[in-house]
Design a protein. Structure first.
Length: 194
């Protein structure tokens, strides 16, 4: 019976996280195309912030609804409801870092730099998340919660690396530097001698 409760709880967590993610998925994909094609300008920055806040709000909905959202699927299984209530906050964290990495990777792809996100995903999933989940389950006797935390950690690593790369080598690195200041020019005058 406990295995059935775990499977029910996992299905609920996946369904709820997808139900929350799907309304903003199109926005995430649209934003990465917009930002990748035209990376500068206050309108796009405001759009990115607004959409990021939307993803965070939906993640908060998963966290706040961790007790009543699962009851929409499995109202008469208290064991599965309890497990789902533990997993949904992890799914909420997953949604927030997923929004960061999708937009960041989209910006880099739009800039013609698809290799860094691919490398970051390989490292985060195959070197960190999956071995950690395997270690938790096979060596420590962990279960569903540990697997979800391992995967959320992997996605968080991708998000941190992608966002760091965007800040360090993203759109701002493409703007030409200002010409050097010529000695002896008064303040407010052109930087280059005529």
């Amino acid at each position: 019976m406990e295995d059935l409760e775990r499977r029910h709880a996992e299905h609920v967590a996946v369904n709820d996280s997808h139900a929350v993610n799907l309304p903003v998925l199109g926005d995430k994909l649209d934003l990465r195309v917009q930002l990748g094609g035209r990376v500068q300008g206050p309108l796009h920055e405001q759009t990115g912030v607004a959409r990021g806040l939307g993803v965070a709000a939906l993640g908060l909905l998963l966290y706040a609804g961790r007790h009543w959202l699962p009851s929409l699927y499995i109202p008469e299984d208290p064991g599965a409801l309890a497990i789902a209530a533990v997993i949904l906050p992890i799914a909420a964290a997953f949604q927030v870092v997923d929004g960061l990495q999708v937009v960041g990777a989209g910006i880099l792809r739009g800039l013609g730099r698809p290799v860094p996100p691919a490398i970051f995903n390989f490292i985060a999933w195959w070197v960190i998340a999956l071995p950690l989940a395997g270690w938790f389950v096979l060596r420590r006797g962990g279960g569903l919660v540990e697997v979800w935390w391992s995967l959320a950690l992997g996605l968080g690593v991708v998000a941190i690396l992608v966002v760091g790369w965007v800040f360090k080598r993203g759109p701002a690195s493409l703007t030409p530097p200002l010409p050097p200041v010529v000695e002896g020019t008064p303040a407010g005058s052109p930087r280059e001698p005529r």
